[in-house]
Design a protein around this ligand. Structure first.
Ligand SMILES: [Zn+2]
Length: 499
């Protein structure tokens, strides 16, 4: 009976969401209200919640009941489950208080681990959806890349995000990461269970939260309390360093603050952090260019795109050196390499700084980016080239520039199911391909010419993966502003000029 399912949800919340015993009846009654019920039902045994890692199994019968009784439409189950979970979860102030208490008694790492686990248990971080994502390691030319096919987030159109930048904030909240989203459910937003933590960076109030889509482990988003545009400058760098001073186990980085080379949300100042080590973090120096006795070690990274690494135990010295390069890069030009800092009144150079704490000091990586387009490359010269757009057309943001790819969900069906079928003997006719498969025509024909059409399903999957791996490797090279072969001398000269 449905009331028993609601009682089980209360038990779940007591076990995993810190629902106080004193709120038990109150919470059960709020759940009754959501289901249009006014009695407690028969006294049945309540199924155990032991060992649960998320509320899916508890929510399932409740959602089915709500649909069956016409309380919600089938398309509203996500929103309704979020409302149910919010009803049994701690308020934002309580979450902050528990976080502070854990930090004081058990230490910072335990507190962030608790907060992450809490967000999973309330189903804000969609653990069960994330577990369905495809993820594998790809042996690349320079590193082991990580490729994920994210099945839980919609694709973003570059041109749309560029248009957003120029759009005046309107409506409430001004954008999807504004703090006013905590608990907001208007316009199809599902943020009932969003919980955030305060943090002050360089004297400015910020807050941080976990990403429900979680591209990697403990994917955190650190957000300016004010709805103000992204900017990468000395202040931003100081804020990133302030963050790792307070959260030394996390890395933090900023997307380049220009369309086509950054994140999808340029209208609101924010950073991304997390607990996972990115492939780029494991890269070593290609060349060290600072003097051996310099306070800051500076060099070019052995990496696909153009990255300068700084290392020092002197906070002010590393900040000053990296900031100098951020400013110098903004106006850097090299026509021979196609790097123009400005055209038609539009700025093109920006960078993604990524900051980490070490045992004794700091590491800053600056990924140099340029977002110029031309006739040959209307989506970006230092962007995935057109022959790779079937795999990835969206911006190569901070996370991907570091070697962790987030590929669109459509590839799961289009490549691993439909394209793979041709490698296993399904008759192939390029002209007869469905419209959304036409973009993959070249790739399918390449795979057929390489492997023929009598592969086993496992071999076909491996062949598709292997081609995706090659493309991801090639795309990262496309994003290099200084070509490794033709631009290495000028890259060195640029770095040296900033020391
Ligand atoms: Zn905003």
């Amino acid at each position: 009976m449905i009331q028993t399912n609601l009682k089980q949800l209360v038990e779940y919340a007591k076990a995993y969401c810190m629902l106080p015993k004193a709120d038990e009846y109150y919470t059960f009654n709020r759940l009754l209200l959501l289901l249009n019920l006014d009695d407690c039902g028969a006294d049945e045994p309540i199924p155990s919640v032991e060992g649960m890692t998320g509320p899916d199994a508890v929510l399932e019968p409740i959602l089915a009941y709500a649909v069956e009784k016409g309380i919600i439409d089938e398309g509203q189950t996500e929103a309704f489950s979020s409302r149910l979970m919010d009803t049994v979860s701690l308020r934002p102030s309580q979450v902050q208080a528990v976080f502070e208490e854990k930090k004081a008694s058990l230490g910072l790492k335990a507190a962030t681990d608790w907060f992450h686990d809490y967000c999973e248990k309330t189903d804000y971080v969609k653990r069960s959806a994330i577990e369905k994502n495809l993820r594998w390691d790809a042996k690349g030319e320079k590193a082991d890349l990580v490729i994920t096919v994210n099945l839980s987030k919609p694709e973003v159109d570059n041109k749309k995000s560029a248009a957003m930048l120029h759009k005046k904030p309107s409506g409430y909240p001004s954008c999807v990461i504004c703090r006013q989203n905590e608990g907001f459910t208007g316009h199809g937003t599902v943020r009932d269970t969003l919980r955030t933590i305060d943090v002050t960076l360089d004297g400015t109030p910020f807050f941080w939260q976990f990403s429900p889509y979680a591209y990697y482990y403990q994917h955190a988003i650190i957000i300016n309390t004010e709805h103000t545009p992204m900017i990468v400058n000395t202040t931003a760098l100081r804020r990133l360093m302030d963050f790792v001073d307070q959260y030394p186990h996390y890395f933090i980085g900023s997307n380049a603050a220009l369309p086509r080379i950054g994140g999808s949300l340029l209208v609101h100042d924010h950073y991304q952090g997390g607990l996972e080590q990115m492939p780029m973090h494991r890269a070593d120096y290609r060349t060290v260019l600072s003097a051996p006795d310099a306070k800051v070690k500076v060099g070019i990274l052995e990496w696909y795109n153009s990255v300068v690494r700084f290392e020092s135990d002197d906070r002010e010295a590393i900040l000053a050196t990296a900031a100098r390069m951020i400013e110098a890069w903004k106006d850097y030009n090299n026509a021979a390499l196609g790097i123009l800092s400005e055209s038609a009144g539009e700025k093109h150079n920006s960078c993604s700084p990524v900051v980490r704490r070490t045992e004794t000091g700091y590491i800053i990586d600056l990924i140099l980016r340029n977002n110029r387009t031309d006739e040959t490359y209307p989506d970006g010269i230092f962007h995935a080239h057109p022959e790779y757009h079937n795999i990835k057309k969206e911006s190569i943001g901070l996370i991907e520039a570091m070697g962790l790819y987030i590929l669109p969900a459509r590839l799961n069906r289009q490549l691993f199911k439909e394209a793979a079928a041709y490698l296993c003997g399904k008759p192939y006719d390029g002209d007869a391909l469905a419209e959304d498969m036409q973009v993959h025509r070249e790739m399918i024909e390449l795979l057929l010419s390489r492997h023929g059409n009598s592969l086993t399903p496992e071999e076909a999957e491996a062949a598709v993966r292997s081609r995706i791996n090659e493309v991801c490797d090639a795309i990262l090279k496309n994003t290099a502003v200084f070509d490794e072969n033709t631009g290495s001398e000028v890259f060195r000269a640029f770095v040296v000029s900033c020391l």
